[in-house]
Ligand binder design. Structure first.
Ligand SMILES: *Cc1c(COP(=O)(O)O)cnc(C)c1O
Length: 409
């Protein structure tokens, strides 16, 4: 008899993006002439930068020659890339990360989803609300989330509401979680934590023996000086935090696939026998058993991002998206919307006007402006009454969308 993992059966059907597509398609059928601008895109759109493309071509040629061919690489990634990461991504912020604390992978989605493999099912987990759904669903799959109640919340998760009322800064929870997921700059709200605000969480985790899983996939979008790029900028974070980074949003690698996870050697958890166990070797063991490394050519492309030209080209693309975000944020504010995010992030989080629900706003925006975005309620209870617009369309379309916002009714 084939017995399935019951945890998977508990997962509700993913509804958000299928429902968005259904409503947009229905609208198109009824209004064939409407030119809809997609502001719901959660994926980068600009091409890979020339420095990375050149490195890709070169690496492909190496693979075509027996004398330079690469087969299986190290599961934790090639040292040529880990060394660049250790050299460029941290010391400039006063942080020292050793090469063997860096685990290169095929994505931050897989890493944030898989990290639970090395953590007991007995851990109590906290997530912000709204949230990147991967954190919740992977804990459901692991049997760590409890049961889904009538209000759409998992009985065993601690939810940390992030709304305009608290300035999108989660308050410390009443009961102590063992594991806390934080994502800053945030997807979906586009908001950030300052160094002082993040320090509150690091201090809390150190005091309570909790682990922070810090997702900084949008780190490259940070422009404000008081917003930390890494959780390790906060004193003590090496003892309580794992950091996830990705080349996806930084350098348009969503289709190439390359990311990395930092697990400091100081970081420990407790075994059921009460022994302190280092997390770094546990993750190495996990990766060596279940993962065979990101591809050689992709790691060469990632390495090229650290060259002078690569750095310059990456910054240009980020600046392009940030210019879109600024236009969108200012345009939406000018027509009277209450807007958040969009400064250190490609996401603009709009408070729906006139008490409209997220889905009511979706329909109204589609109908009066022919703009398609993402209802905030799809990211969690506290996303209700909010709406996500993204900066990943072209500048021209973004300006056109801003122009159309004046017609909103
Ligand atoms: C896009 C994104 C990532 C990156 O995922 P990859 O698997 O590296 O492409 C990670 N976390 C969040 C919150 C994201 O939005």
């Amino acid at each position: 008899m084939i017995k399935v993992n019951d945890n998977f059966c508990q997962l509700p059907a993913t509804y958000l993006f299928t429902e968005v597509a259904r409503r947009v398609n229905k609208y198109k059928e009824e209004h064939p002439d409407a030119e809809i601008i997609k502001m719901g895109i959660g994926d980068v759109t600009r091409p890979i930068c020339p420095a990375a493309v050149e490195a890709l071509h070169k690496a492909v040629d190496e693979m075509a020659d027996a004398s330079t061919f690469h087969g299986y690489g190290p599961e934790q990634g090639y040292s040529f890339l880990a060394e660049k990461i250790a050299q460029f991504d941290y010391p400039s912020r006063g942080i020292q990360i050793d090469v063997d604390e860096i685990f290169i992978s095929d994505g931050a989605k897989s890493d944030t989803g898989n990290i639970g493999d090395i953590l007991s099912v007995a851990n109590k987990v906290a997530v912000t609300d709204p949230v990147y759904p991967v954190y919740v669903d992977t804990n459901v799959m692991a049997g760590r989330a409890g049961v889904l109640d009538a209000s759409g919340k998992w009985s065993n998760l601690i939810y940390l509401p992030c709304t305009a009322e608290n300035g999108f800064v989660p308050a410390l929870p009443e009961s102590v979680p063992d594991v806390i997921y934080l994502c800053y700059p945030n997807n979906p709200t586009g908001t950030t934590l300052t160094r002082d605000q993040l320090k509150v969480w690091v201090d809390y985790a150190l005091k309570n023996g909790s682990l922070i899983l810090f997702d900084s996939a949008y780190e490259a979008f940070i422009t404000d000086a008081d917003v930390p790029h890494s959780i390790y900028e906060i004193e003590g974070a090496r003892e309580c935090a794992i950091e996830f980074r990705s080349f996806s949003k930084t350098a348009g690698f969503t289709g190439l696939r390359c990311a990395y996870t930092v697990i400091p050697k100081e970081l420990t958890g407790t075994s059921s026998e009460g022994k302190r166990v280092k997390l770094n070797p546990l993750w190495l063991r996990r990766q060596c058993t279940k993962f065979n490394g990101a591809s050689y050519i992709v790691q060469r492309a990632a390495e090229a991002l650290y060259s002078d030209e690569g750095q310059k080209q990456v910054k240009e693309t980020i600046a392009y998206y940030l210019r879109n975000a600024k236009a969108l944020r200012e345009g939406a504010a000018n027509v009277g919307f209450s807007v958040f995010g969009g400064v250190n992030s490609p996401y603009v989080w709009v408070h729906t006007p006139n008490g409209l629900s997220s889905w009511q706003f979706f329909d109204a925006l589609l109908d009066s402006c022919h703009i398609n975005g993402t209802p905030g309620s799809g990211f969690g209870k506290s996303g209700e009454g909010y709406f996500r617009l993204t900066a990943f369309n072209t500048y021209e379309n973004t300006l056109e969308a801003v122009h159309r916002l004046k017609n909103f009714k």
